[in-house]
Design a protein around this ligand. Structure first.
Ligand SMILES: [Zn+2]
Length: 378
């Protein structure tokens, strides 16, 4: 059994459902500390965070592998073919919660670092590992806490590889060179409740909202760019009415979400959104949630090194994408100019019978090793 498979299995065996790290980070720290890494634990409110850093012989750039040790709950156990927290190999795949998202990536980059160090391939700069147990949860006490520490110290980071499962059909077909932002809000339109037979005495909140909604779904917020699709606005919930058939609703409540590209800053979206409402003379209140900012990795040494490694290892020409939900990459982008995400096939993530191809594990580890060797080698 290879070292990466062995470590992936050991991590899967720990039922680290957010925010419980369940000893995963200790396992990683135990492997890195003997290889000269200084390991710091930044734990907060039940969330475990590990920052492990090692300087190499000569000065040079700092490269960080980032990831999470937490997993989403397995869901109904009886629907799993085998115990989600007992790694099982069958039909060429490794099964278990976290196999794809993202314990195999964590195992692969830890072993890649070990191999590169043991072979004397890393010569300059610094190499680091950042792990959190709060990526699948609210993300309040996770990566962002470590990033704040690094910012306070003025710690210079140059490259960051997040091991999220980015591949779509086969290992290496997709790299994420950024992520869209997310902005949610709750709109409450205030009308006047009344009897449907006496509309002149009421103000129907739904009738007032409807024309504005029709416009909002048709707005072109931006056109995106070469990396990002256009910003999209979606309604997720709309509630109004008392349940009675003869009552005009006095209030309508709408939950909505923007997935936005860097072309549309948060303030611009908020202004344009409220301008539409104002144009219809609506009386309303809005609660905006804390936005997740988008990030973009400019083409540079990191994207080139990773793409070269993918090609060399798999023969695939990776495609860049910014699709999918938000990730911790957004926090890392605050301290690191080049943040990229790369990992195994994501088809089974968060599902029953989550798995990773056994034939993905060694190539994934080798891709990580080739990338760090290219950036921190001679
Ligand atoms: Zn993940």
């Amino acid at each position: 059994m290879t070292a990466a498979l062995q470590l992936a299995r050991a991590l899967i065996r720990r039922p680290s459902i957010t925010p419980d790290d369940h000893g995963c980070q200790a396992l990683v720290a135990e492997r890195l500390a003997p290889r000269g890494f200084g390991c710091e634990h930044f734990d907060a409110n039940g969330v475990a965070n590990l920052w492990a850093l090692r300087a190499l012989d000569r000065p040079g750039p700092t490269l960080v592998f980032a990831g999470h040790t937490d997993v989403v709950p397995p869901g109904p156990l009886e629907r799993w073919t085998s115990d989600p927290f007992e790694p099982v190999e069958r039909d060429g795949r490794l099964y278990g919660r976290g196999a794809a998202d993202m314990k195999t990536s964590v195992a692969a980059f830890v072993v890649a670092i070990e191999e590169a160090l043991d072979a004397g391939l890393l010569r300059r700069g610094r190499i680091a590992v950042l792990l959190t147990s709060d990526e699948e949860g609210p993300g309040v006490d996770g990566t962002v806490r470590v990033v704040e520490q690094l910012m306070a110290r003025g710690e210079p980071l140059d490259y960051c590889i997040v091991g999220e499962p980015t591949s779509e059909r086969r290992l290496g077909d997709t790299i994420k060179n950024g992520r869209r932002g997310s902005l949610s809000g709750r709109l409450v339109v205030h009308g006047v409740q009344g009897h449907v037979a006496y509309p002149q005495l009421a103000r129907n909140a739904l009738h007032e909202l409807a024309p504005a909604l029709a416009e909002l779904v048709a707005v072109e917020w931006d056109r995106g760019d070469a990396d990002f699709p256009p910003t999209s606005w979606q309604m997720s919930n709309l509630h109004a009415g008392t349940g009675a058939g003869n009552v005009i609703p006095g209030e309508a409540v709408l939950d909505f979400n923007f997935r936005f590209s860097p072309a549309s800053p948060v303030e611009t979206l908020q202004r344009r959104f409220t301008e539409r409402l104002d144009a219809h003379g609506l009386r309303y209140t809005i609660d905006w949630a804390q936005p997740a900012q988008p990030f973009r990795c400019p083409a540079g040494e990191l994207s080139r090194a990773l793409a070269d490694a993918v090609r060399a290892e798999t023969g695939a020409q990776p495609r860049c994408s910014t699709s999918g939900g938000t990730s911790d990459g957004r926090f890392l982008a605050r301290v690191c100019p080049q943040v990229i995400e790369f990992g195994p096939v994501n088809e089974s993530i968060h599902r029953i019978d989550e798995s990773v191809g056994l034939d993905e594990i060694e190539p994934l580890k080798n891709i990580y090793r080739r990338t760090i060797t290219a950036l921190l080698g001679e």
